[in-house]
Design a protein around this ligand. Structure first.
Ligand SMILES: [Zn+2]
Length: 283
């Protein structure tokens, strides 16, 4: 109940900047077989799922519990910045969170950062630092952080014929910043998608990545509450959504300080999304 109330509150508070980032998972993912590259076992290339029905973009939400009972969990951090937030950044608002990144490194927690292209444009040095660090991998969170489906928590909507270009524009921005560890994973702004947009993005051959654990860190003020919510939700194979922006998720770093040691105490190992997908497709 607490979780629901907090979630509703978070959604109510969400501005256009971060709307829906801590929202409910979207409808069930499509079942998909391992892709040819994953099956071939190339350990260094990030695995993707095989396309969904009719060739649409596959969706990954979490890894199934594996027979070995291995406890793995992937923490993901959305580096949100909407394409119209430049003036706010210029006015001193911090859409980045370098302390959080430093703490993840210090704690030796591998993580996947879903970055918007606009964020990489604003913080190219940080994008490059994350994007050249083996502790991290960078997934694509669109350029604009506009919604890819109508009625997504009040986010402005990308025009239908601009959706693919918006994803490609983010990838180009990562490249320009010097990112080397980009992975072919896409997180929909607000987590909102439908079959039509999965079809539209199919030529990009990416895997859409949702989550099964909502941290509730968007606009949270109580780090312990965020930590409790994550600790209550994580199961073996879970994928947690959090944020990497001081402006809209100010207690995430503090929450991490509790989450990491506690999950380790419970026997969990932190992995990137690519590791989670690899483990899921090898069973
Ligand atoms: Zn987001």
């Amino acid at each position: 109940m607490t979780i629901t109330v907090r979630k509703l509150l978070a959604i109510a508070l969400l501005g256009a900047s971060l709307a829906g980032c801590g929202s409910d998972p979207a409808p069930a993912p499509h079942e998909a077989a391992p892709s040819a590259s994953a099956a071939a076992g190339a350990p260094k290339s990030p695995p993707t799922l095989a396309p969904g029905p009719g060739g649409i973009t596959p969706v990954f939400e979490r890894a199934p519990k594996n027979p070995q009972g291995e406890k793995v969990v992937a923490l993901t951090f959305d580096a949100d910045m909407t394409s119209d937030q430049g003036p706010r950044a210029a006015g001193g608002e911090h859409f980045d969170n370098p302390e959080l990144i430093a703490d993840l490194k210090r704690l030796k927690v591998p993580a996947t950062v879903f970055m918007t292209g606009r964020w990489a444009k604003e913080y190219p040095a940080e994008a490059r630092a994350i994007g050249t660090d083996p502790n991290f991998e960078i997934g694509n969170h669109s350029y604009s952080h506009y919604a890819f489906k109508a009625d997504c928590y009040g986010l402005p909507v990308v025009e239908k014929n601009r959706r693919r270009a918006d994803v490609e524009k983010a990838a180009a921005q990562f490249k320009k910043a010097g990112v080397q560890n980009a992975v072919p994973y896409f997180r929909f702004p607000g987590g909102c998608y439908d079959d039509e947009v999965l079809r539209t993005l199919a030529p990009l051959k990416m895997t859409a990545v949702q989550w099964d654990v909502v941290s509730g860190d968007a606009f949270a003020k109580d780090a312990n509450a965020v930590a409790e919510q994550v600790l209550a939700g994580v199961q073996p194979g879970s994928l947690v959504v959090m944020h990497c922006t001081r402006s809209a998720a100010p207690v995430t770093d503090a929450a991490i300080q509790r989450i990491v040691p506690e999950l380790r105490k419970r026997g969990y190992r932190f992995v990137k999304v690519s590791d989670l997908i690899r483990s899921a497709t090898h069973h």
